[in-house]
Design a protein around this ligand. Structure first.
Ligand code: NDP
Ligand code: 8X3
Length: 256
């Protein structure tokens, strides 16, 4: 067992869903947390909650991962006490729309590719050199079942998550020979704000995604992120596919 107590954990997309649940899971385990997302008010609220409950030290970064210059400058010039990130949870991401490719909205495409692929790359590029220098660290990417098989109308979102998979595999190879670990967790249906964002705020349509089945929760995924991080240093969990019991593949779900 590798204790995450006092480790510095950077969670991107910590203002909601899986990211917020990861923040809580690591806070409970005694980690120090850097929380990053665009909605700073949510981060401050969560930081207060973590501090009250577990006395967690938190540093909030109100940042858009698509902002290349902002990411590179803010993450390479963290306050002295926060510079040695031990665990990076690359979780920030989103889907926009569920349309046939030939009818897709180009703005939706840009947003997904910029956040899910380029944003993840910027954050990784800013943080990993420090890990190499310190000879220690762990990058945990949140991919998706969507990155393993494309599903109808999922096209660009699926492509962005397939890219995350390739980046995870490539990074593992590029870091071979260092003690740095690289993992990817690929969830199926998790009930968060994900579908509400996908359907541009249409809550009714979003809730139908999970109708008649028992979806995963952000906490279920956070538990696995913590599990990957807390294995001994010589154990690298390279990938995990996790689905609700009511789901077999991206398109096969059982609804009661
Ligand atoms: P949520 O919508 O609940 O959370 C998404 C998080 O990402 C929010 O904190 C949001 O913060 C942040 N985020 C989005 N865009 C940006 C950006 N440009 N810059 C910084 N932060 C950003 O969804 P989930 O928790 O479900 O999603 C988390 C990850 O899990 C995503 O990568 C998603 O693709 C993946 N995933 C989700 C599944 C699901 O079924 N829910 C299944 C498989 C994978 P803010 O808006 O404040 O910036
Ligand atoms: C989120 C899971 O199947 O809605 O990545 O794309 S799915």
């Amino acid at each position: 067992m590798n204790s995450v107590k006092d480790k510095i954990v950077l969670v991107t997309g910590a203002s909601s869903g899986i990211g917020a649940a990861c923040a809580k899971r690591f806070a409970e385990a005694g980690s120090r947390l850097i929380l990053l997302a665009r909605r700073g008010d949510r981060l401050q609220e969560l930081a207060g909650e973590l501090h009250r409950q577990w006395g967690t030290a938190v540093h909030c970064l109100t940042l858009d991962v698509r902002d290349r210059d902002g990411v590179m400058s803010q993450l390479t010039q963290l306050p002295v006490d926060w510079q040695g990130v031990d665990i990076l949870v690359n979780n920030a991401g989103l889907s926009r729309g569920l349309d046939k490719l030939q009818e897709g909205d180009l703005d939706d495409w840009e947003e997904m590719i910029d956040a899910n692929v380029k944003g993840l790359l910027y954050v990784t590029r800013a943080i990993v050199p420090g890990m190499v220098e310190r000879q220690g660290g762990h990058i945990i990417n949140i991919g998706s079942i969507a990155g393993r098989h494309a599903y109808p109308r999922g096209n660009v979102y699926c492509a962005s998550k397939a890219a995350v998979r390739a980046i995870t595999q490539g990074l593992k190879q590029d870091l071979l020979g260092t003690p740095i670990r690289v993992s990817e967790i690929d969830p199926g249906l998790v009930e968060t704000e994900f579908s509400e964002v996908r359907f541009h705020g249409d809550r009714q349509r979003a809730s139908e995604t999970y109708h008649g089945l028992t979806p995963l929760t952000g906490e279920d995924i956070a538990d696995l992120v913590w599990f990957c991080a807390s294995r001994p240093n010589h154990v690298n969990i390279s990938e995990m596919l996790v689905v609700p019991t009511d789901q077999a593949t991206a398109t096969q779900v059982y609804r009661r």
